[in-house]
Design a protein around this ligand. Structure first.
Ligand code: ATP
Ligand code: MG
Length: 268
């Protein structure tokens, strides 16, 4: 099987050894493409550099970083540099043939720049602001990923995309993983994070059909809502199933493939 795994930045303060060893064992049977997040890491470094980060909320509950030019430089430094290479090193230590890439490399991820954002201000009113350097992936260079996969490499992608004007853009890592999974027609997309799965009233939802998602969106908070949208997009684009689960347990990926814990989202 071909599996796309997104490793949440929420669990990447130190690379969890359980993830590394499980990647190694999953690779004996399957092909893997990895994507990572790292929002908190970006915020931390930005703060050390004296660049406090601003976040905005969309009317549908999405939280996003307001990404001006300076923030985009820091975002690229941390995502494509610090975090990506920390993971590359951790995987290489276990002899995993990983290739760390940003979406800029080989035009891996092309995105449309968001010209404007509709945000909800502190008074609860809608407001239109400049989109900054944020974007939405609209094209994945699947043949570059296949070239690596066919030669036994494991691509590890950071969520920095290239715009129509060849500028780097901040793109959401969950949606990026979904785009990649869709473009590769992956069998499964696994989203590893710091909670057991999608929760309602403190309980994990073990299974969910994508058609039932819509009615529940209002009950889902920031962080998780992008995963649910990512799941919808991936399934629409032909991915077999999506699992949202904890990345800080033993064998997180193998367990997700066996439906041991987490939330399985499918088309039926
Ligand atoms: N209904 C919900 N069920 C589960 N988690 C929820 C829910 N609503 C909001 N969340 C939040 O979503 C968070 C996970 O998303 P978050 O973006 O923080 O992590 P991540 O995606 O793993 O990291 P990164 O964004 O850096 O890649 C959880 O820690 C939780 O607080
Ligand atoms: Mg997230």
């Amino acid at each position: 099987m071909l599996i796309v795994v997104k490793v949440g930045g929420s669990i990447l303060k130190e690379v969890p050894p359980e993830i590394v060893s499980d990647i190694k064992s999953v690779l004996s049977e399957h092909q893997l493409v990895l994507v990572h997040g790292g929002g908190k890491g970006v915020t931390e470094v930005a703060s050390k550099l004296g660049k406090e980060q601003k976040f905005v909320f969309s009317p549908t509950g999405f939280r996003s970083r307001y990404t001006d030019k300076e923030t985009m430089e820091i975002f690229t430094m941390v995502m494509a540099g610090k975090i990506n290479k920390k993971l590359v090193s951790a995987l290489q230590k276990q002899e995993i043939p990983v290739v760390g890439l940003s979406g800029l490399d080989g035009y891996l991820l092309r995105a449309e720049r968001k010209k404007r954002l509709i945000v909800v201000n502190e008074q609860g009113r809608k407001q239109v602001i400049d989109g900054g350097y944020t974007g939405k992936v609209n094209q994945v260079n699947a043949s570059l990923l296949k070239l690596l996969l066919d030669n036994g490499y494991v691509p590890l992608v950071s969520p920095v995309a290239v715009s129509e004007e060849f500028e780097p853009l901040n793109v959401d890592a969950d949606r990026t993983a979904a785009n990649i999974a869709g473009a590769l027609k992956a069998d499964k997309l696994v989203l590893l994070t710091d909670v057991e799965g999608l929760m309602f009233n403190d309980k994990v939802v073990p299974e969910l059909c994508v058609d039932d998602v819509e009615s529940k969106l209002k009950k889902i908070g920031g962080g998780m809502i992008t995963k649910v949208y990512a799941a919808k997009e991936a399934l629409k684009n032909g991915v077999g199933e999506v699992v949202i689960c904890s990345g800080v347990r033993k064998t997180p990926i193998s367990s997700a493939l066996k439906h041991e814990g987490g939330t399985v989202i499918s088309s039926e």
